[in-house]
Design a protein around this ligand. Structure first.
Ligand code: MEV
Length: 323
């Protein structure tokens, strides 16, 4: 049996703009998805997922991964999925699944780990599930862990590799967080409302097609992310919080926030350095950069959200066991 786990993520800056090739910054978080994969010894005609025959409608990422990677048509697999990452909440649960299944199947087949290959396959799985529009932000963060920057040019020693999809190109970088980042926590506030990433990405595209002037918001997010990268490199927590606040305003203009997210962002700002929605929006989660995490978490709860004070920058995908 093989056990593989992959972390969720939260986007600090740049979601949605990153779909159009602009930069974005994300960190892995200490919520993980785990897969147990074993070869079925019975003469089943189907792969089994959590005890049931596989069905593309319910498990598109796993179904597509099996088609892409698992060439042994006669050897069926038994796959069990368990996860601490809430689904459709903007915390990268489907990316963690794509990364974990790509890693698991690839390891069963080749017995060697190639993180660029895993991240590439997982990105293709996400793009297919998101109607063709997806950046490699979530999948590369879940693959490599730590702090991941997607940029439109190669930036020094932290560059890992390039990814392209259709006419878009991203340069993937992984870098160490400044030690000052340890002086603040990321507090997640979950609205309890599920948002569909595919739908939100589609909504933004339609909005941009119908209102071309909104490209200004995408460009402003681009500039804020660049400022945020400087702030993170210099360990300037106040500056990072300030650009997070401004980033949220532009996400509101793009129509991806909602009343519940705005309310949690507003209360969290009272005790934190900055707060914004994270991920696709339309529900899901917000994050606050806070030096009073317990108080920020309590205020989020009082305003009706579920709070998590998370460890961030944790290890990426890992094979836990071979038996
Ligand atoms: C979703 O976590 C982030 C988005 O930017 C979509 C993507 O990058 O593919 C909204």
């Amino acid at each position: 049996m093989l056990k593989v786990s992959a972390p969720g993520k939260c986007i600090l800056l740049g979601e949605h703009a990153v779909v159009y090739g602009h930069p974005a910054l994300a960190v892995s978080i200490d919520m993980r998805l785990e897969l147990k994969i074993s070869k079925l010894t019975t003469t089943s005609k189907f792969h089994m997922i959590n005890g049931k025959e596989i069905n593309r409608k319910h498990h598109p990422h796993i179904f597509d991964a099996l088609q892409e990677i698992w060439s042994s048509k006669s050897q069926m697999l038994n796959i069990n999925v368990s996860s601490e990452i809430p689904t459709s909440a903007g915390l990268g649960s489907s990316a963690a699944l794509s990364v974990a299944i790509a890693m698991g199947l690839n390891s069963l087949k080749d017995k060697k780990e190639d993180l660029e290959k895993i991240s590439t396959i997982a990105h293709k799985l996400e793009a297919s599930a998101q109607g063709g529009l997806a950046s490699p932000m979530d999948t590369s963060t879940s693959t490599h862990g730590g702090c991941v920057l997607l940029a439109n040019k190669k930036l020094g020693d932290n560059w890992l590799y390039s990814r392209t999809l259709n006419d878009k190109k991203w340069e993937i970088h992984s870098f160490d967080l400044h030690q000052n980042m340890k002086n603040a926590s990321i507090v997640i506030g979950y609205t309890g409302i599920n948002g569909s990433t595919a739908q939100m990405v589609k909504n933004v595209k339609e909005k941009l097609d119908n209102n071309p002037e909104l490209i200004q918001d995408i460009e402003a997010i681009n500039a804020l992310t660049a400022l945020g990268v400087n702030a993170i490199e210099n360990g300037d927590l106040e500056a990072l919080g300030a650009v997070m606040n401004l980033n949220h305003n532009h996400l509101q203009n793009l129509g991806v926030s909602c009343k519940e997210l705005d309310e949690l962002v507003e209360v969290a700002r009272e005790t934190s350095l900055g707060a914004k929605l994270t991920g696709a929006g339309g529900g899901g989660c917000m994050i606050a950069l806070s030096q009073n995490p317990k108080q920020t978490a309590r205020d989020i709860e009082l305003a009706g959200g579920r709070s998590y004070i998370c460890k961030f920058g944790v290890e990426g995908v890992k094979i836990k066991d071979f038996e």
